[in-house]
Design a binder for this molecule. Structure first.
Ligand code: NAP
Length: 475
């Protein structure tokens, strides 16, 4: 284990628990062990649900929930650089991006605290119907119950924050299972919650075999909602099995962007070069498919490729690095095989396509037929495709030609074209003159089709994690 590696326990019912078994956490860059975490199984998962049930039997008033969430914001601020370094170590995320993620987690907690204080129902206009005359009715928003939360490796802090903070704001206790490859940031957040005064059982963190812990969350009837961020197959599989609970899904994408001939080509090239490759393309809304209108295609490529070549590829711990490793060897081999398929399928690799050290160089592929995996499936690596189109209708059809629908974008100077794209692109979000990788944490964020069935962002998550109860009073 590296000298700086940390050893962490699970959090169950307010206690830090060891199990005798350990999960090793390795740096995707160096392969060094950067931490080890006590390994949970079904027994610990049941104990965590018991603890969450005991916690919810003694509800926390909204002002206390809000105060705790605000104290976590201060805790993250106090340990900002240490937390960013931990993200870089466990996920291989370049420090620049890890710092941004850490600041965004503060924003997620801040907005969640606001939601805790705003949680309210509404008055129903009862005399609007004859049957309602002489009655007063209003709604209450009640916590849905225990929330099972499952998070992915790629934003090990802020996507955990998007699970925990709104659930606590809604008054729900949480049993969290972070990704096994990146559990350290989640446990740091749990430490901060604990220090902020969150009473025992409101947050429980389990690290261990996904299917074993997942099965308990699916099967235990006391878990009323599962909130999952990760790959589509796993997410929809959970939903099929947990038919009697709410299952909220935030899944993948093959993010398209359209560059019209009237766009500011240099601005589009700069923004897209940065956003196709940040965190080596391992964001659910990393730019993957770029469609450029024929008259400016050559100009776009001539500006885009040098900007991709300028990206600094290397150690995620270096302040200058833009692009680091992908999460593991299996992901690297899969991505390289998709690049090979593109080469043999008639596409042209304009830059990259090779490995240096163990790092896939930022790769731009041109003239890729739509049936190739790099066009059809989520690459989740430092690879994007640039193809030409003639008309906006054709570009919208190409962009929509996917089973996914999370975010898409358009660059154009024409407001009508922008609004046509906003209406006709079948995605949960459409950016105009901004890379579709953009997200601010208070936005409603989520997808259509295979990309999911909900919207995250504290206000929207709190809504999903509360039940509406109507109270009718006979006057
Ligand atoms: P993943 O393999 O689906 O894993 C996500 C989480 O699910 C991990 O905690 C994993 O645990 C757990 N899991 C795996 N199999 C499970 C099962 N049978 N039952 C219960 N839990 C199970 O996804 P990933 O590779 O970490 O993340 C990448 C994917 O997430 C991409 O598709 C990306 O687009 C998507 N994503 C979506 C969003 C969004 O907001 N829409 C944001 C970020 C990422 P283990 O780690 O222990 O296997």
């Amino acid at each position: 284990m590296a000298a700086t590696a940390t050893e962490r326990k699970l959090l169950i019912g307010g206690e830090w628990v060891e199990t005798g078994d350990w999960v090793e956490v390795r740096s995707p860059y160096s392969g060094d062990i950067v931490g080890r975490v006590a390994k949970a199984g079904a027994k610990e998962a049941r104990a965590a649900i018991d603890a969450a049930e005991r916690a919810m039997a003694d509800p926390l008033p909204a002002h206390k929930r809000a105060e705790i969430l605000v104290r976590v914001v201060s805790g993250i601020a106090r340990r900002h650089d240490e937390i960013a370094a931990q993200i870089a170590a466990e996920a291989g995320k370049p420090l620049k991006a890890a710092k941004v993620e850490t600041s965004r987690a503060m924003s997620t907690y801040t907005f969640s605290a606001v939601e805790a204080r705003k949680l309210a129902g509404e008055v129903v206009p009862m005399d609007a119907a004859q049957a309602g005359e002489g009655k007063l009715a209003f709604t209450l928003r009640e916590p849905i119950g225990i929330v099972g939360a499952i998070s992915p490796f790629n934003f090990p802090l802020n996507l955990v924050a998007h699970k925990i903070a709104p659930a606590l704001a809604a008054g729900c206790a949480v049993v969290l299972k972070p990704a096994s490859q990146t559990p350290l940031s989640a446990l740091t957040l749990a430490e901060l919650e604990h220090e902020a005064g969150l009473p025992p059982g409101w947050l429980n963190v389990l690290v261990g075999p996904a299917s074993e812990i997942g099965d308990v969350l699916v099967e235990d009837e006391r878990v009323r909602a599962i909130t999952f961020t990760g790959s589509s197959d796993v997410g929809w599989g959970l939903r099929e099995r947990a038919t009697r609970k709410k299952v909220l899904l935030e899944l993948g994408n093959t993010t398209p962007v359209i560059v019209q001939a009237d766009a500011e080509v240099d601005e589009a090239a700069s923004k897209l070069a940065a956003h196709a490759f940040s965190f080596a393309g391992q964001s659910c809304i990393s730019v993957q498919r770029i469609y450029v209108q024929q008259p400016v295609y050559d100009d776009f490529v001539a500006q885009f490729v040098p900007k991709v070549e300028e990206l600094v590829v290397g150690d995620p711990g270096d302040a200058e690095t833009d692009v680091g490793p992908v999460i593991d060897d299996e992901a690297r081999e899969r991505i390289l095989s998709w690049i090979d398929e593109a080469r043999s399928g008639g596409a042209e690799v304009l830059v990259g396509g090779e490995v240096e050290g163990d790092l896939i160089q930022p790769t731009v592929i041109a003239n890729a037929p739509p049936e190739l995996k790099v066009c059809r499936e989520e690459v989740f690596g430092p690879v994007c495709v640039v193809n030409a189109y003639e008309s906006l209708d054709e570009a919208i059809e190409l962009a929509n030609g996917t089973r996914y629908g999370l975010q898409a974008g358009i660059f154009t100077a024409d407001i009508r074209a922008a609004l046509k794209a906003a209406r006709e692109l079948e995605f949960g979000g459409v950016t105009v003159n901004e890379a579709p990788t953009f997200r601010s944490d208070q936005m409603p964020y989520g997808g259509l089709k295979d990309s999911g069935n909900t919207r995250e962002g504290p206000a929207y998550s709190v809504h999903e994690l509360t039940e509406q109860r109507v109270v009718i009073v006979d006057l």
